[in-house]
Design a protein around this ligand. Structure first.
Ligand code: FAD
Length: 408
């Protein structure tokens, strides 16, 4: 199918998207849902209808459950859904990160078996990278996978696994050869989250939510066929997934938007503080940053549309998101005063200011911290010298990382 649409095709597809959205959109009230369970039910129902209408997984092949359309169609869909609020937010990891990895690196069997139910939202997937001793430096991971006949045996622990308690499958990276240097000797796997040997424990968050988890594997057995990509080349795949993650986090939306600034300008106007020159200056900074973030996202999306795999530029969008989050937090406290400290739910409903402000902290950490994004931008976008690496050429088994640091 041609990547360029005629004006008529564009208008026709736009009308189809709009018609679907007008008939099926809903408002996701995630703040009353500490475990995301209610909103996941709504999201899955929405996604199922989308699949039925032939609009789910727009750019993926029909053979794998997608709509088999082009990036140009995808752009139109994003523009239209952007007018309706984040209905499929609970699928950001499943669709924004796990799905492209399956599509790019999965075997034919893995793609036909797993992609259709992922695309339709029947199955939801999580990402299991971080460990207690391996976050920014995720290549220090210690969860191991050992081949035993036709099965891999997994032992270890992951942490911060978003929505693991509601997921059917997870993409896991584990160490398969500790005699190699740390970035080698890692492989990627598909894990059935409903296996009884997989234990998921909730983490309680500062905002009252429990959206992410610790995940423990004790002699978890998975078929040899669940290896994604070549054995011991998982780091290459993990890096690709992190790039997709930064794009998924930092490049949402479609056009130029400044929703946070609009919301806060509205709040300051209602409270009569909009005439304060200092506040106006900070609101203008937020407005400008949101505009810049939208432009960076538009460029990333245009690159994807042109067939470029996501590169380190995704870190720019992710970092802009974190800068916006900090400005939103500071402005919420400045405008709402005590109301942003009082715990939600606010009497009579209304905006959940404290919850929103507390939630902004995650933008600096999830998907790689601000410092790590700056390192990536420095090294790989600006071409600055790389950080010195003390573990270069050292076999993983000889490194003092995680619990290994307690030895010898
Ligand atoms: C909301 C949320 C959802 C998440 N979801 C998932 C998920 O679904 N799956 C998953 O696998 N993980 C998930 N994570 C984990 C996330 O990827 C890690 O928290 C993140 O990579 C940071 O790792 P860490 O917490 O171990 O911090 P550390 O790596 O220990 O970092 C601690 C501090 O040191 C700084 N630092 C570390 N290295 C450097 C360096 N080289 N240069 C400069 N500063 C440095 C960091 O910036 C940070 O300030 C999630 C996190 C959050 C907040």
């Amino acid at each position: 199918m041609s990547e360029t649409l005629t004006a008529e095709e564009t208008a026709e597809f736009r009308a189809r998207c709009r018609e679907f959205l007008e008939a099926n959109s809903f408002t996701r009230d995630h703040t009353d849902d500490p475990r995301s369970e209610k909103s996941m039910v709504q999201t899955k129902a929405f996604q199922a209808k989308l699949a039925e209408a032939g609009l789910a997984g727009i750019v993926y092949d029909k053979a794998y459950g997608g709509a088999g359309l082009t990036r140009a169609h995808d752009k139109i869909w994003r523009e239209e859904i952007g007018k309706f609020g984040a209905m499929a937010f609970d699928l950001v990891i499943s669709h924004g990160m796990c799905l492209p990895i399956l599509n790019e690196f999965g075997t034919e069997e893995q793609k036909t078996r797993y992609m259709p139910a992922n695309i339709s939202g029947e199955n939801v997937w999580c990402q299991m990278f971080s460990e207690p001793g391996a976050g920014s430096d995720v290549a220090s991971l210690q969860t191991k996978a050992e081949l035993d006949g036709e099965e891999w045996v997994i032992n270890g622990q992951k942490v911060w696994t978003t929505l693991a308690h509601l997921c059917d499958y997870g993409i896991l990276i584990a160490r398969t050869d500790p005699s190699q240097v740390k970035h080698a000797g890692i492989s990627m796997f598909i894990v059935d989250m409903n296996d009884p040997s997989v234990e998921v424990r909730a983490i309680h968050q500062i905002d009252g939510g429990q959206h992410f988890n610790e995940v423990f594997f004790t002699d978890t057995r998975i078929p040899a066929a669940n290896l994604v990509g070549p054995m011991n080349e998982g780091w290459r795949l993990a890096t690709a997934m992190l790039m997709y993650e930064r794009v998924a986090i930092g490049s949402g939306g479609s056009g130029i938007s400044h929703d946070h600034a609009d919301r806060l300008i509205n709040a300051a106007t209602k409270r009569g503080t909009i005439t304060d020159p200092n506040l106006r200056q900070e609101l203008m900074k937020l407005y400008s940053h949101e505009t810049a973030k939208s432009l960076v996202a538009l460029r990333t999306r245009a690159e994807l549309k042109a067939g470029k795999a996501p590169g380190p530029g995704g870190s720019l969008g992710k970092l802009h998101g974190a800068i916006v989050a900090e400005q939103v937090r500071n402005l919420t406290f400045a405008i709402m005063g005590a109301e942003s400290i009082a715990w939600d739910p606010a009497p009579g409903g209304g905006e959940k200011w404290s919850n929103g402000a507390l939630n902004t902290f995650q933008a600096h950490i999830a998907g790689g911290t601000d410092e790590i994004q700056r390192n990536i931008i420095g090294d790989r976008v600006l071409g600055l010298p790389r950080e010195p690496s003390v573990d270069k050429g050292v076999p993983f088994a000889d490194l003092k990382v995680g619990t290994q640091s307690k030895q010898g």
